[in-house]
Design a protein around this ligand. Structure first.
Ligand code: FES
Length: 597
């Protein structure tokens, strides 16, 4: 506050105390004052307005804890947001803080057009700027659906304040004719049955009622569950916070504890840069591999790391993949659901097995290291969801990083969800120029395609579609599906839902829309996939490729105005997280580690 003696009393009888403390500390409501050219007046006005909500001076003296509320009628994955906000507020009040919920953008996978990924960076900007603009000593981020947690972590990383993540938690599973079902691996499975003529429209409508049995995020190891697990592995949420289902008492208790811990973090000034270190990202990469996590997790980790000035080392990820087995028996790689993982002890059970491969010195939001938290978690118990490291569900990590002349900047395959018989495969390319071309021809009886062909979809990368939609899971052509074909090699520059499965090569970089070699592939070309050699090759002579390139120069997509114009002008490729180039930290601090152990 100004020392100007003409400044009016800001708030009655405790004015003098306020007046003194305002000059001592840049905390609570006194920080980040609105600029009216008179700091004292700014605080006076701020207090006058907040008192309109009935607050006392005693309440306003407390540490201010922001709560990023992403509830929305369009987002059933966040349908428990009111209860979570209440529980977080309770925890904050119990610890002596002042809870201040505030709204930001909310994004649901099925309600965002053309694709949620286009909006993730906008949500990260919203989160960052609302944290910066409003006075708070720490922030609780509440998200859940796929893009929301990455967006919140990206925004909070850039804002730099003490931050703690709370996820909304997974939905419950439903039951269809005696079979347990859950979104969205089973959504795809039943839709595949419908396409193949195995079930009729009536049964399809019946199962539609059962796939999402409650509010909460998808019940398998999709992107939301993956990010919940990576967030806990990175130390950005409380131990045990990843797995409680959305509608359980455990989830509400974690919310209360998260609020309580946020107040302590504010007092300790435990800022996010102390938690999001290279060691934290290394632990996240290990866990991503060990849970058979969504390939989207790599893109989001790269974006969050970029906000901290770090690059995710894709070659290190691949090396780690060769020595990190898949331990978690969850769909789509395995058989269980998230509620089973929670009953099996959640992340502590997994991290206990992975312990020899983890950076135990990484600090967490608790103020203790990951190793200290694992010690505190104690011994495990008999369960069948997390395998012992000596008896994995899959001997290598769920994700392999590919190179070769078709993907000079890299590509990935989720090998744990792929058909083992197709991991070494050479076939004839059947090319679709873009998503519209795919829709127009994939189900045509005239499509010239065989089961051992390689389906190629171009122009669904970060700029191509735009927003790198989850269209990389190219459907099996209907005539082959009816003949019983379940899997084929499929290649694109897009992404795939974490709930999907199949021999699907994704994130081909550079993408076709910016002139990557994928743009040059033509139907009839031969393509070789060798996961053992980490190779994705287009078997066409270099001079022929140059001839094609000269005949069809690149025309990068553009937009006349608005957010899409900003997106297309500044979005980066998959290996840099599909973030906007100007949102990355200005200084690069190097690559995340990941040396063999
Ligand atoms: Fe929200 Fe799957 S649609 S988590």
């Amino acid at each position: 506050m100004s020392n100007n003696s003409s400044t009016p009393n800001p708030s009655g009888d405790d004015n003098e105390r306020d007046h003194q403390s305002d000059t001592r500390a840049d905390t609570g409501l006194r920080q980040g004052l609105t600029n009216y050219g008179d700091q004292g007046f700014s605080l006076f006005l701020r207090k006058a307005f907040i008192k309109g909500s009935g607050y006392t001076d005693a309440a306003l003296e407390r540490p201010v804890i922001g709560i990023a509320d992403t509830g929305s009628a369009f987002n059933p994955c966040h349908g428990n947001m009111p209860q979570l906000v209440e529980a977080v507020k309770r925890g904050i009040l119990l610890a002596g803080g002042l809870p201040m919920p505030f709204p930001t953008i909310s994004i649901h996978e099925s309600f965002a057009a053309p694709t949620s990924m286009v909006l993730r960076n906008l949500m990260s900007i919203d989160t960052e700027e609302m944290i910066r603009a409003q006075p708070m000593d720490a922030v609780v981020l509440i998200g859940g659906c796929d893009k929301t947690v990455p967006a919140q972590l990206m925004g909070a990383a850039s804002a730099g304040v003490p931050a703690i993540q709370l996820v909304t938690g997974a939905m419950l599973t439903g039951s269809h004719r005696g079979e347990r079902v859950g979104a969205c691996t089973d959504c795809r499975r039943y839709w595949g049955k419908f396409r193949a003529g195995e079930i009729d429209a009536h049964e399809t409508a019946q199962v539609n009622d059962q796939l999402v049995a409650s509010v909460g995020t998808c019940s398998v190891m999709g992107t939301a569950s993956t990010m919940a697990c990576l967030t806990e592995a990175m130390g950005m949420s409380l131990p045990g916070a990843a797995t409680p289902p959305a509608v359980t008492a455990d989830r509400i208790r974690i919310a209360e504890l998260t609020g309580t811990r946020a107040v302590a973090m504010a007092r300790e000034r435990l800022t996010i840069d102390q938690v999001l270190t290279p060691a934290a990202f290394e632990n996240a990469m290990r866990v991503l591999l060990a849970i058979g996590g969504s390939t989207n997790g790599i893109v989001h980790l790269a974006a969050i790391a970029g906000r901290m000035g770090l690059d995710i080392d894709m070659q290190a990820l691949d090396r780690m993949g060769r020595e990190t087995p898949v331990l978690l028996d969850l769909k789509p790689s395995g058989q269980h659901y998230m509620e089973d993982f929670h009953k099996a002890g959640g992340m502590a059970t997994l991290l206990r097995e992975l312990r020899p491969l983890l950076r135990l010195d990484a600090l967490t939001v608790t103020g203790r290291t990951l190793g200290e938290e694992l010690d505190a978690a104690g011994a495990g118990f008999a369960q069948d969801v997390v395998r012992p490291i000596a008896d994995p569900i899959y001997p290598q990590g769920g994700i392999a990083v590919l190179g070769g002349n078709l993907a000079p900047g890299g590509a990935i395959i989720k090998q744990s969800a792929a058909d083992a018989a197709l991991m070494e495969h050479e076939g004839r390319a059947v090319v679709f120029e873009n998503a519209q071309d795919l829709v127009a021809r994939i189900d045509s009886d005239d499509l010239d395609v065989n089961a051992d062909d390689v389906l190629v979809l171009k122009n669904i990368g970060p700029k191509g579609a735009p927003g790198m939609p989850e269209a990389g899971y190219i459907p099996i052509p209907r005539k082959l599906a009816r003949a019983g074909v379940k899997d084929m090699v499929r290649i694109s520059d897009g992404r795939m839902s974490g709930t999907a499965f199949g021999t699907v090569v994704l994130h081909v970089t550079p993408e076709a829309a910016v002139g990557g070699p994928l743009a040059l592939v033509r139907t009839g070309d031969r393509i070789r996939l060798s996961v053992s050699r980490r190779e994705l090759s287009l078997l066409v002579a270099d001079d022929e490729l140059e001839r094609r390139r000269a005949a069809d120069p690149v025309r990068e997509p553009s937009a006349p105005r608005g957010y899409l114009k900003l997106f297309l002008q500044t979005v980066t490729q998959a290996d840099r997280g599909v973030d906007f180039d100007f949102l990355r930290a200005p200084q690069t601090r190097g690559k995340t580690p990941g040396a063999p152990r």
